[in-house]
Design a protein around this ligand. Sequence first.
Ligand SMILES: [Zn+2]
Length: 75
Amino acid sequence: MECVVCKTGLMKQGKVTVTFDIKGTVVVIREVPAKICSVCGNYYLNSETSKLIMDKVQQAVKKGVEIEILKHTAA
Ligand SMILES: [Zn+2]
């Protein structure tokens, strides 16, 4: 699969750290499986992974913590 951003890199399976900053809550999720571009670093999460991550982000925002650092675990 070719990268849609730089059109030169190839997307390879790997792990990324995803950071969100919503309403004053910073959520960092480590070791998220993603397809990562070998050239520009652009990455994609599959829909299942995105959903799991958004759930975690919403939970952290609800708790109202300032920063939450999580390690991604597959359901
Ligand atoms: Zn790229």
